[in-house]
Design a binder for this molecule. Sequence first.
Ligand code: SF4
Length: 429
Amino acid sequence: MTFFILTFGCKVNQCESENIQKSMEENSFEACESFEKAEIVLLNSCAVTGESVRKLRQSIHKIKHKNPNCILAVTGCVAQAESDEISKMPEVDIIIGNANKSEIPSIIKRYLSDKRPTLKVDPIFSLKTFPNEIVNYSPHRSRAFLKIEDGCNRFCSYCIIPYARGRVRSKNLADIENDVKLLAKNGYKEVVLVGINLSSYGMDIGKNLADAVSVVCSVDGIERVRLSSLEPDLMTDEILLRLSKEPKLCHQFHLALQSGSNKILSSMRRRYNREEYIKVAHKIKAIFPNATFTTDLMVGFPEENETDFKDSLDLIEEVGFLKVHVFPYSVRPGTLAETFDGQIPKAVKAKRVHEVMEKSSETCQKVLKSFVGKMCDVLYETRDADGLYEGYTKEYVPVKTKSPEDLRGKIIPTKMGTVKDNYILCEYI
Ligand code: SF4
C-alpha cells in the first residue's frame, strides 16, 4: 500500500517524519509523492499554536475532499494532547500519540486487518526512556537533523509541549555515535542536533549537551555540528567553555528569548530575566567572536503593554539578531496562561508582529554587513531558479554564488561579497 506523510511544526517533528517514513518502507509500505494519490495519509501534527491546530483541521478536510477513499491517520502533538478533539472528526480513521510513534506501521497494519477506528495514545508522562527510532539517512543530502532529546520539564505558562511530549528523555551517547557514523558514511557533512528542549539533553542520564556535541564532533567525515533551539539559562560557563573547544561547532546560537520584558518573562514562567539573557549573549560573543544569534519571540502575551513591547524591540537591537522568528501569542488549552486576564486584541498582535519583523530585518542587515570581505566556509546545498548555488556559513549566514561547477554538497571557502535583502551574493568561484 502507498502512503504519504504531511509534517507540521518543528525540526523534531520533521526528523521523526523522516524516521517514520523509513520504518513504513521497512514494513513494505510504499512512499507516494502526493496525498492525492496515496492510499494512506499520515499527518504528523503540531500543537504549539492555535494556528497550527487550525492548519491541521484545514488539511484534514482538504485531503478527504481530494482523496475521499484514503485512510487518514493523525499523529504528533495534537494527537497526544488533544486526541478528544481530533476523534470528533469523522474524516480521521486512526489517531496515534507521540508515545506510540514507533508503533505506527504495526498500528496501521492492524487497522487494515479490521478497519476499526483506532485511538492509540498512551500517557506521555509514563515514558522514561528515549524512544528507539530508526534514523533515516537517505543519501545525496549534505545536512542531517538528528533528534537526541525529547520532552521538557519546564512548563512555561503558555506552552502545551510538555503535555504533548512528556518529561526529558535523552538518547545515550553510544546510540548518538552510531547514528552519526551512519550519517557520515552516507555523505552528510553537517549534523543539526535537535530536541524539544535540546539544552536539557542528558539531565536524565547524568550527561549534558557538551557531552553529546563532543561525541558528534569526534566522528570522521562530519565537518560541522549545529545546535537547534537553546534555553539561555542552561548555557552555563562550563558548557560554553567545553563547546569552545570543538572546532567543528557552528557558531550560530538559537537562544530562545520569547520576550524582552521582565514582567512578561516572569508571567511566562521563563527561567531568566532580560539582564541575564543579555549577559549570556555577551558571554557567547566573547567566547565565539563571529557568533550570530537567532531567536523566537512572542508578542501579545496577556498584559503586554507598549512599554513591555518596547523592551522586546530594544533587546532585539541590543543583541543584534540575524533572525527573529516572531509569533503572536495564542491561548493553548490546559496551559496556565489560558486562565490569565488581559488578553491582547488580534489587531495589536498583528501590528507588533509587523514591527518585530521590521526591526529583525534591520539587525539582519547589520549582521550580514559585518561579514562582507571575510572568507567563510560555505556548505552549498541547493541551486536557485537563476542557477546560483545556495548555502550557509557556519554562522548560518545565507549565501548565493555563481559557479560553472556544481557546488552542492561541498564546503567551499568563499569570500563574502555584496549584502542583498537577506543573504550575501558572493564572488564567482
Ligand atoms: S522550555 Fe518552555 S517553551 Fe520550551 S518546550 Fe519547554 S515548556 Fe515549552
